[in-house]
Design a protein around this ligand. Structure first.
Ligand code: UGA
Length: 428
């Protein structure tokens, strides 16, 4: 099947490449000509483990191509997926102008049976609005919602083994086309759920909001653990054994970030307000997570004392491991607060430093995690990169001025570190 993706950001690139891997002929279109020129050379604008190999192999077999212009090749497409971004407006709502622009731009080129699929995260009712906009122009294209549930850092595995594929459309042709597109997965037993567009759109927000709620909850339980004291790791292990709770997303830490949760929960809260339904739980989650960085810095100050002129080693800049994404990363917020306290920051991240350099002007960057720790008055772990677990801690102990570790991701082994001589603090 011929498919075009409009928007070659994170979602468009991963989904487009992987639909090519499933056997479809995919064109990823983006009006950013420089990005497309790079992609044509096999250069990815993002770091996502495994994506480069799938990109290269599907470009080589001719199933994956790139374009920076809306043109005749769109005529051959049975479906056009819109994967443009939906940034947050000042009102808290998602900005849908990029979606409507994309629809405007593609209409002159597509064939009558082409299905317009909205994959970007959009408020319930957006597919309806797009249909209305088309009908007002006497156009009858089928519009469907097909939200994505890919996690950065494990997007390839998430695509290959989806927990569910959600399709929202009342149009029989749209359902048929999407069922055909995902047939390689449904034939393996992966579940495709058909629903109406608004429910499909809300499934995406509700899923992210529920996960964010779980995280805010466990972070606050961690606060309580610190006061009592009780052990958050043993607590979450025991809680997670109950399948009604589940063991995933119970890792306490410096707060959740990324390009999805903070944006989507704000959008959902605003959607609820627009429908005159205050989403009080979600508002509490938003506030709880907003306060998390300053809460973490208070904790650091309680351990290290005044931070003025102290050398602080910071390991981890990205919002989670296995990505180069620093958008809404709690690490960045925490570093900015440490800078306000007049600390000297030397940081290291395996993938996030190029992005961080652009926004953290007064931070120094080391060439390795070990180098970041030399002469430090304290080491703070902010992202759960695997390589931070396997550092040579004896060497680090000898190189630090004050061997104190504050592990805000709970990834290190207390016993090992205290045996070496470190003072070790974790979350909860
Ligand atoms: C999230 C969802 O998990 C995906 O299902 C969804 O498709 C995606 O948003 C999206 O809307 O596009 P992602 O933002 O990549 O995926 O990252 P997550 O793995 O969900 O992590 C979000 C944040 O929660 C990170 O800052 C992470 O460090 C934090 N987190 C996660 C914890 O602090 N503890 C945990 O136990 C899990």
């Amino acid at each position: 099947m011929n498919i075009t993706f409009i928007g070659s950001g994170y979602v468009g690139l991963v989904s487009g490449t992987m639909l090519a891997e499933l056997g479809h002929n995919v064109t990823c279109l983006d009006t950013n000509a420089a990005k497309i020129a790079d992609l044509k050379k096999g250069i990815l604008p993002i770091y996502e483990p495994g994506l480069d190999q799938y990109l290269a192999s599907n470009m080589a077999n001719g199933r994956l191509t790139f374009s920076s212009t809306y043109d005749a090749q769109l005529k051959e497409s049975s479906a056009v997926f819109i994967t443009v971004w939906t940034p947050t407006l000042e009102s808290g709502e998602a900005d849908l102008s990029f979606i409507f622009d994309a629809v405007d731009n593609l209409i002159p080129f597509i064939n009558d049976d082409c299905v317009i699929v909205i994959k970007s995260t959009v408020p319930p009712g957006t597919c309806g609005k797009v249909s209305d906009m088309l009908k007002a122009r006497n156009l009858n294209y089928a519009v469907a919602s097909n939200p994505e549930f890919l996690r950065e850092g494990s997007a390839i595995a998430d695509f290959i083994s989806p927990l569910r594929i959600v399709v929202g459309s009342s149009n029989p042709n749209a359902k048929k086309v999407l069922e055909e597109i995902y047939a390689p997965q449904t034939s393996k037993g992966f579940l495709l759920i058909n629903t109406d567009p608004a429910t499909s759109e809300l499934i995406k927000y509700a899923s992210n909001a529920f996960l964010a709620t779980k995280l805010a909850f466990i972070n606050e339980i961690a606060n309580l653990c610190e006061k009592i004291p009780a052990n958050i790791e043993e607590l979450t292990h025991a809680m997670g054994l109950d399948p009604r709770i589940g063991k995933e997303f119970l890792k306490a830490g410096p707060g959740f970030g990324g390009s999805c949760f903070p944006k989507d929960i704000l959008a959902l809260s605003t959607i609820a307000k627009n429908y005159k339904t205050d989403f009080q739980v979600l508002d509490a989650v938003i506030n709880s997570n907003k306060q998390r960085p300053s809460f973490m810095v208070e904790k650091i100050k309680n351990i290290l004392g005044t931070l003025q002129d102290k050398n602080i080693a910071v390991l981890g800049l990205t919002f989670k491991a296995n990505t180069d994404d620093i958008r809404s990363s709690p690490a960045i917020d925490i570093i900015n607060l440490l800078i306000q306290e007049k600390a000297n920051i030397l940081s290291f991240d395996p993938e996030g430093m190029d992005n961080a350099r652009a926004i953290l002007k007064s931070v120094s960057f080391a060439n390795s995690s070990a180098e970041a720790c030399v002469n430090a008055d304290g080491l703070i772990i902010l992202t759960e990169w695997e390589e931070f677990k396997n550092m040579n801690f004896k060497e680090i102990y000898n190189s630090m001025k004050n061997p104190v570790i504050i592990d805000l991701r709970n990834i290190l082994k207390r016993d090992v570190l205290t045996n070496i001589g470190f003072e070790y603090h974790s979350v909860g």
